[in-house]
Design a protein around this ligand. Structure first.
Ligand SMILES: Cc1cc2nc3c(=O)[nH]c(=O)nc-3n(C[C@H](O)[C@H](O)[C@H](O)COP(=O)(O)OP(=O)(O)OC[C@H]3O[C@@H](n4cnc5c(N)ncnc54)[C@H](O)[C@@H]3O)c2cc1C
Length: 368
């Protein structure tokens, strides 16, 4: 049959490409269907990743996309500041190059938009604006606004898509190796140093464009804007990641850290689980394995996010000052990819005051 493939992946973003490379390594051919004319564009990412993105990868990842190394963060709340120093905690990457590296020598059909799919006796008919394709397995790696998701979950899923906006600007940052984060409940702004006096400044919120312009004015970051980017970030937790032989991975599966919105680390780990399930013909295990490995982390982070949004400004300030006192513990125990472990470390620390425990006790009383 013309255009027939065993596995078709919708979306040649980083996660679709990484999955295709993992499957290729095991001798499975895939076809990726991508609506844009090249990989890596348009960019919708701040491009900060923990070093584990490189070190835990099951494929050697070229480091030629790293444009800066980050040695910590400065977190601001009103006029209070916490400075956390951790050597080589993260990298700033050129996302276009990162994605293009992952897409090397893959079978991608560009400028082809996935429209829908139907089941037939041999597998699935995949409808695109360039005609039909056929596959036994369909993988939705088509990002936050995934269409494939509708075929797995129906249109009713409780995923919130937040909007993110980021500008690249010419500006000399105060610190060339530290990320600055400004907490403004319920969101936060970031200022990320790239290189050559260039910064990435952005926010993910309900009205990000307007709010970012206000922030840039307030922080006197100037008006030398080089580029503007925008994109969606899914926040939530899906009840299932597959239906029959249709699977979701990456942003389409909401595999994103709910507190910081990073999606590359989770998406890559999920792609590894999915490739293992496909290779070993254990399709039904994918959702379960994902839930076992990361479900708890996501559930805790979502709860923390909800609680944070309901805290009074006074309690947020108290918690911030508490964190400031415990900066050594944060530097020692913090994990860029796993946020809940630090929370437990802070709570069980002998130095935790009665006042802080009271805040947590009240939170527990009202939330559980
Ligand atoms: C403002 C912002 C900042 C971010 N910052 C970070 C960060 O610093 N660190 C981090 O780890 N993550 C960050 N993220 C999240 C990160 O960008 C995503 O998690 C990551 O891109 C997910 O990869 P993906 O392959 O699942 O989806 P995507 O990158 O969205 O790729 C999906 C692909 O599918 C294609 N596609 C979609 N629909 C169709 C269709 N119908 N037909 C054909 N092709 C289709 C798209 O063109 C795209 O190429 C950020 C996101 C935003 C919006």
């Amino acid at each position: 049959m013309k255009n027939a493939h065993n596995i078709i992946i919708i979306g040649a973003g980083p996660i679709g490409c990484y999955l295709a490379q993992l499957l290729k390594q095991k001798g499975f051919d895939t076809l990726l269907i991508e609506e844009h004319k090249e990989i890596g564009k348009p960019i919708h990412c701040a491009g900060i990743v923990g070093k584990k993105v490189f070190y835990e990868s099951k494929l050697p990842l070229s480091k030629d996309c790293i444009v800066n190394t980050i040695n910590g963060a400065i977190i601001h709340l009103d006029n209070q500041t916490i400075q956390i120093r951790r050597k080589e905690v993260a990298y700033i990457i050129d996302r276009e190059r990162f994605d293009k590296n992952l897409g090397r020598e893959l079978n991608v059909i560009f400028e082809t938009k996935f429209l829908g799919l139907e089941k037939n006796e041999k597998g699935y008919v995949i409808e695109t604006d360039k005609g039909d394709f056929f596959a036994k397995i369909v993988i939705g790696a088509d990002g936050a606004a995934s269409l494939v998701k509708n075929f797995v979950l129906g249109k009713n899923n409780n995923i919130l898509n937040l909007r993110g906006v980021q500008f690249r600007m010419k500006f000399r940052p105060t610190y060339s190796d530290m990320v600055e984060v400004y907490i403004k409940k319920p969101y936060f702004y970031w200022v990320i140093p790239e290189q050559n006096n260039t910064i990435r400044v952005g926010v993910i919120s309900q009205n990000p464009y307007h709010e970012l312009l206000e922030f840039i004015k307030e922080k006197k970051l100037g008006d030398n804007i080089l580029e503007k980017f925008a994109g969606l970030v899914p926040v939530g937790c899906l009840s299932s990641l597959s239906y029959e032989n249709i699977f979701l991975v990456g942003d389409s599966a909401c595999q994103v850290k709910p507190l910081t919105y990073g999606g590359l680390y989770f998406g890559m780990r999920a792609a590894e689980l999915l490739s293992e399930c496909i290779v070993s013909n254990r399709f039904l295990d994918y959702s379960r394995l994902w839930g076992k490995k990361f479900g708890k982390e996501i559930a805790i982070a979502l709860k923390v996010k909800e609680i944070f949004n309901n805290l009074s400004d006074k309690d947020i300030k108290r918690l911030f000052l508490f964190a400031k006192e415990k900066v050594n513990l944060i530097e020692e125990k913090g994990d860029f990819e796993n946020h809940s472990s630090l929370l437990w470390e802070l709570l069980k620390h002998p130095g935790v005051s009665k006042e802080i425990l009271n805040i947590f006790f009240n939170i527990l009383k009202t939330n559980f």
